[in-house]
Design a protein around this ligand. Sequence first.
Ligand SMILES: Nc1nc2c(ncn2[C@@H]2O[C@H](COP(=O)(O)OP(=O)(O)OP(=O)(O)O)[C@@H](O)[C@H]2O)c(=O)[nH]1
Ligand SMILES: [Mg+2]
Length: 494
Amino acid sequence: MKLDRFIRVAIAVVIALVFVVATGALLFITESALNVWDRLRAGPPAVLYTYIAVMVLLATGAVWLALRLVVKQKVAPTKASDAMSRSDIKARLQQAEAAGVDVSDARSELRDLAARQASGAIHLCFFGEISAGKSSLIKALVPDANVVVDVVGGSTEDVRHYRWRNNIGTEILLTDVPGTGGHAEGLDEIATEEAKRSHLVLFVCDSDLTRAELAAIRTLLAFDKPIILVLNKADRYSPDEQATLMQKLLQRIDDLGAAAGRDHVVAVSAGGESEVIEQRADGSEGTVRRERAADIGVLIVAINRLLGDDTQPLDARRERAVFQITAEKLEVAEGEYRLQRSEQIIRSATRKAVVGAMAAVSPGTDILVQGYIGTTMTQELCKIYGAAPRDLDIEEFLSMGQSRVGRALPLSMAVAGNGLKAFPGLGTVVGGLAHAVAYGLIFDALGRSLVLTLARHGELVPEMAARNFEEGISEHLEAGVRRIAKMALEEKSD
Ligand SMILES: Nc1nc2c(ncn2[C@@H]2O[C@H](COP(=O)(O)OP(=O)(O)OP(=O)(O)O)[C@@H](O)[C@H]2O)c(=O)[nH]1
Ligand SMILES: [Mg+2]
C-alpha cells in the first residue's frame, strides 16, 4: 500500500516537472519566435520571404523523411486483365524491353494484329472439343476447300484459314483449329489462343455441354468474345430431343452471362459422308459411303446477323482481346525475367557471404544483421518485384531471419560439411571452409524464401518472409549445398 502511494506521488511529481518544463519550453519558443518575427518584419521584405521559404522547405523535408521511413510505398501491379489502350500496352512493352525483358512474343502478337487489321478480313473461329464437327462445318460452308475431316478425333492439328464470302460480300476467314480435349500436348492452348484472336467464335458441340466446355466458354467470355453456340450433328436427335437439348444449351449459356438469344444458339447438321454396312441382294455385307445432307442455314443467318453491316464494334472488341493476350504474354516474360535476375542477385550475395566468411578469422553469427549483404540483397530482390519496402521492414525481416539463423546454423554446418565431402581430394574438411559454405547456404535460403514471398504477395511482408525462410530452410540447404560448396572451393583456389 505504501509503495503504491509512493509511486502515485512520484508520478504526480513527474507530471508537475513535465508541465514546468513544457511551459518553460513553450514560453521560450514563443519568445524567440516573436523576437525573430519582429526583427524580420523590421528588416527588408526579401529577408522575411527567404526566411519563410527556408522554413517551409525544412518542414517539407522533415515530413518527407518521416513518411519515407514509416509509410509503406505500395507499387500497384498492373494486371493483365485490366482494360488497356494501345498506348498503355506500347508503354508497358517499351518499359519492359528497356529493363531487359524478352518481349518478342508479346510484340509478335501486336504485329500479327496489325497485319490482320490491314487485311480487313473478319475472322470466325470454329472452336470446340475433338470430333464435334468443326472441320465438317467449314467444309459445308466452303465445299471446294481441302478440309480434313475424320471419324478419328484429333484430325486437325494446326490452325488453318479458309476464305468465305457472306451474302453481302464481306471478306471472311473461317479458322479451323485443333479440337480441345485431345491427347496431343499444347494443342488446346493453340486453339484457345487463336479463338481469342478472332472476331467471333463458333463454339461447336454435339450434345449437352461438359464441364470442360463450360470452362472454355468462360475463358472466352473473359476475353469479351462474341460466341455462337453451334449444336452440330442435329440429325442424330429426334425433334423432341433436339428441342429439349436446345433449351438446356440456351439456359447454360444464359447462366454463364453470355448473350443467349435465338441467334446465339443454333442446331445444325454439317452433312458430309458416313460409312454404313449394307446387306446386298445376294445376302453378303459390304460398306458403302452415304452422303449426309447438310443443314446449316440457321448458322449462316446467325453469323450474318451478328456481323451486321458495321463490323467496327467487333474490330474494337477483337483489338482489346489481343491487347489482353499481349499483356498476358508480357507478364509471363516478366515473370521469367524476374526469376532469372533474382537468381543472379542471390548468387552474387551468396558468393559475397562465402568470401566474407572465408576472410573473417572467426566469423560471427550475426552476419545477417551486421553485414550489408543481406540488406542489399533484400533491396535488390524487392526492386525486381516492384516492391518498395520501408527501411524498417527490411531491418525487421533481417532481424527476424537472424533469430532463425541461430537455430539453423548447426544444421547448415552439418549440411555444408556433408556437401564438401562429396568433393574428392579435399581430405579432412577445414572448419573455415565449412563455415563459409554454411553462411553461403543461409544467404541462398534467405534469398529464395524472399523471392517466394515477393512472387506471391508482390511486397515484403517481414513476418511472412521470415516464416517462409524458417519453413523452407532445410529444403533450400539440401538443394543448394553442392552448388555453394563448389563456389567456396573456386573462391578458395583463386
Ligand atoms: N451424324 C453426323 N456426323 C457428323 C456431322 N458433322 C460431322 N460429323 C462427323 O463427325 C466426325 C468428326 O468430324 P470433324 O469435322 O473431323 O470434326 P472436328 O471437330 O474437326 O474434329 P477434330 O479436328 O479432330 O477436332 C466425322 O466422322 C464427321 O463425319 C453431322 O452433322 N452429323
Ligand atoms: Mg477438325
